[in-house]
Design a binder for this molecule. Structure first.
Ligand code: HEM
Length: 417
């Protein structure tokens, strides 16, 4: 059996510590939890804690039942004070019906049908980046390729100048990677971030994103376009338009969610292929026939958004474990994707796996808005990479310090064309 993502086999490792994930996802610990205590209480250093949900069926149950498990009290492990929550709220922190009204504003721009119309543009984008980078022979796959692709596509989709893509990446890195000193001078668990507590991710970079969003808003109000951002600025979901802060938070959410996730998935895909030469050969032999199932398997095995959180809205139970109103519940997608009860040989990277009911994009009302876009990007990347590159070898991944995003910061690669 081939192990995906080789990591130290420590079944007692601390799953809250950001440091844990620098060496990889702690599969051994989660496997033990799935087997022995699938719904278990995890204590935090401040005396609080959360229910860790590790099985596929339970992740689905919690995600789909917003009456029992609300998103309105926050979606990250970090507990927010009421004023922080209000200042930082996006559609992710609403339940229906408010959530439905907000989601309706952006949904039309991300349907599978609309996203399919971007395929050629994305393929051309990949071509331009590959033409520049692949002839180098040796390079950092993340900074030269993976980081460049999703953000440029997102800029096009939102009608933002591509010249600003690098700024978006840097701001996105600082915010979502707020526990990694390579990306931010203000590391959340090591410094006093009180001053920034009302900003997304408690990050000062959000101030710059907000300023940028204000400029975009001004430009769109002067010259409305047929695009998602104009809709956000002109719509009246509750009988009145979004406030400035609501628009800025929405803009930040789209930028971060659409950029910081897919790029890590692509990087992980390359490491999995390198670790499974027989699968790589299969893919090379039939890229057209296999690219869709291969994309799903890369998504399953990577599950880069490791968890989100809900809060118990009324006393309840999961798998017979009683929970009290107000308890935090953390749903671990990465663990669910390796649940032995659902996936045969989950640690085998199988490019023909079908069915592949992974929960990488979550499920229920908050299911990932960008799922079709992410799928398209991973598939087109695989198709173009396999058709252009004869051989490749990747070095050790330099992983992100984060208990939230399973990311790769640097990945040395050598290619032959
Ligand atoms: C492989 C890449 C991606 C992964 C792993 C991923 C993962 C997720 C997950 C797990 C959720 C559910 C959150 C919850 O239930 O609370 C989610 C929601 C969301 N995703 Fe993605 N995502 C990816 C790509 C994208 C892209 C390309 C976009 C484009 C803008 C995007 C935008 C969003 C938004 C806006 C939400 C919130 C939806 C809501 O609350 O209704 N994501 N994503």
């Amino acid at each position: 059996m081939t192990l995906i993502d080789r990591v130290p086999d420590d079944p007692d490792v601390d799953i809250i510590s950001h440091d844990t994930y620098v060496t990889g996802f702690p599969h051994a610990r989660f496997r033990r939890m799935r087997e022995e205590t699938p719904v278990s209480w995890v204590e935090e250093s401040d005396g609080s804690g959360f229910w860790a949900i590790t099985k596929h069926a339970d992740v689905i149950e919690v995600s789909r039942d917003y009456h029992r498990f609300t998103a309105s009290r926050g979606i990250r492990i970090e507990e927010m004070k009421p004023d922080e929550l209000e200042a930082r709220r996006t559609m992710m922190e609403y339940d229906p019906p408010e959530h439905t009204r907000l989601r309706r504003l952006v949904q039309p721009g991300f349907t599978p049908k609309v996203v399919a119309t971007y395929e050629e543009a994305f393929r051309r984008l990949v071509g331009v980046v590959f033409d520049r980078v692949l002839p180098l022979g040796e390079f950092d796959f993340v900074t030269e390729i993976a980081r460049e692709l999703p953000i440029r596509m997102l800029c096009r989709l939102l009608g933002i100048p591509e010249a600003d893509a690098a700024k978006m990446v840097a701001w996105g890195d600082q915010m979502i990677s707020n526990a990694d000193p390579e990306y931010t001078p203000v590391v959340v668990d090591k410094m006093d971030t009180e001053e920034y507590r009302l900003l997304p991710f408690r990050s000062p970079a959000a101030l710059e994103v907000f300023r940028y969003a204000e400029e975009i808003a001004m430009a769109r109000r002067g010259h409305p376009q047929d695009d998602v951002l104009t809709t956000l600025l002109t719509a009246e979901p509750d009988g009145e338009p979004l406030s400035d802060l609501e628009f800025k938070n929405f803009f930040t959410l789209l930028m971060v969610a659409g950029n910081e996730t897919t790029r890590h998935t692509i990087s992980y895909g390359l490491t999995f292929l390198q670790d499974h030469p027989e699968e790589l050969e299969r893919l090379r032999g039939d890229i057209v026939g296999l690219s869709e199932t291969a994309t799903e398997e890369v998504l399953r095995a990577s599950a880069v958004t490791m968890h989100f959180r809900r809060t118990v809205a009324e006393d309840t139970e999961v798998r017979g474990v009683p929970m009290r109103r107000g308890d935090k519940v953390v749903i671990w997608y990465t663990s669910a994707n390796y649940d032995e009860e659902v996936f045969t040989d989950p640690f085998v990277f199988d490019l023909t796996r079908d069915p592949n009911p992974h929960v990488t994009f979550g499920t229920g009302r908050h299911v990932c808005l960008g799922a079709s876009l992410a799928r398209l990007e991973v598939r087109v990347f695989l198709e173009e990479f396999m058709s252009r590159v004869k051989g490749f070898s990747v070095g050790a991944p330099d992983r992100l310090r984060s208990n939230f995003i399973r990311g790769i910061k640097h990945l040395p690669v050598e290619v032959t064309l």
